[in-house]
Design a protein around this ligand. Structure first.
Ligand code: SF4
Length: 350
């Protein structure tokens, strides 16, 4: 079953033909309202679309009312153990609840579902390998079975406003879990590889787990899990979606890896250009549709630069500038920045 039903979370739609949204989570206690709001502002500026907040006690739950007044981003309350906190966050006006069905008693789950139904608030059933009792049937079957049980509980109570996630720290297991549940239900799926960790290995786990599923048409919203800032999680999520051609956030910058043939300071130029291009995006949103090539030498440089909307190719201490397939001129390393950005602005204005 491929097409998913649509769930509304604040002003964001998940499922159907809606674009895959990027969400993240704050890293402060929710009752530290000032710090949380500062972090949410940064998330919003980076392009995050949904924010999740940990709710450990009544103070956290009640803080959501104040946070909600100060942000447009939809807020999700992350609830474990205590069903009453879910009810409190619904009172505070939260846009969605995430519960882990494995760590809340059935009677508590029923109370949450009934209240969410009354208040028209969607619930994510967020299964996680860390809180599943593993049987000889194996991790994947156990998580999928736990999800089926939680979904049945919702359906028995006539509640269908649900999003599902089945996360494990393993890429292969996570993919298997999502593939299985995707075939069974039309509820939208929230993708994530949980506890993916730090740095390069964390990035690769997220990119593979989420990327492979998305490339199969599975997944409606994503959360990157990194031991890093929420903004970093959002940026990586956007990069995955853009690499798969599912969404466009910024121009495609093609740059060569640089080798011994390069006779220009390409890395320095690339970083300068990239920063300037990203700053220009606010003023020229159409820039996100551009392809820009920054290449080191004549081997692949002129070809890539001609195929891009605009590009440069290094030579002996000089660059050739190309726009829409034609050469514009050649410039010294000192001149190329001005020539490139003048040409780019002309294209954006024209
Ligand atoms: S474009 Fe030229 S400098 Fe860049 S990696 Fe290829 S051969 Fe090396």
């Amino acid at each position: 079953m491929r097409k998913k039903r649509v769930i509304k979370v604040g002003n964001v739609f998940i499922g159907g033909d809606y674009p895959v949204s990027v969400q993240t989570m704050t890293k402060f206690r929710t009752s530290e309202i000032g710090s949380v709001l500062k972090q949410i502002k940064k998330i919003e500026q980076t392009g995050g679309e949904i924010v999740r907040l940990s709710v450990l006690d009544k103070n956290d739950a009640e803080s959501i009312a104040h946070i909600k007044k100060n942000t447009k981003l939809p807020l999700v309350a992350d609830i474990h153990y205590d069903w009453k906190l879910a009810i409190d966050t619904m009172e505070s006006g939260v846009d969605k609840i995430r519960i882990n069905p494995s760590n809340i008693q059935k009677s508590g789950l029923i109370n949450i579902i009934k209240e969410a139904k009354k208040k028209n608030i969607p619930i994510r059933l967020g299964l996680n390998s860390g809180s599943i009792r593993i049987t000889p049937r194996g991790l994947v079957k156990d998580i999928v079975d736990a999800a089926i049980g939680a979904i049945k509980l919702c359906e028995d109570l006539d509640f269908f406003d649900i999003v599902i996630s089945l996360k494990t720290p393993g890429v292969v297991e996570t993919i298997e879990c999502y593939r299985a549940i995707h075939e069974m239900y039309d509820y939208p799926l929230h993708l994530g590889v949980t506890e993916a960790g730090l740095g390069d290995t964390g990035l690769v786990k997220n990119a593979l787990g989420i990327g492979i599923l998305l490339s199969e048409g599975i997944g409606n919203t994503i959360r990157i899990s990194l031991t890093d800032s929420p903004e970093k999680e959002v940026k990586v999520g956007q990069a995955i979606l853009q690499a798969l051609g599912l969404r466009k956030f910024y121009p495609e910058i093609i740059s060569c890896p640089i080798c011994g043939r390069c006779q220009v300071p390409l890395k320095k130029i690339l970083l300068t250009f990239k920063n300037r291009i990203m700053r220009m995006l606010k003023k020229y949103p159409e820039l996100k549709n551009f392809t820009i090539a920054i290449m080191g030498c004549s081997v692949n440089g002129p070809g890539e630069a001609k195929q891009a909307d605009i590009g440069i190719a290094g030579g002996k201490d000089r660059f050739a500038l190309f726009a829409r397939g034609s050469i514009i001129g050649t410039y010294s390393t000192e001149e190329i920045e001005e020539a490139f950005f003048n040409q780019l602005k002309e294209m954006l204005h024209g």
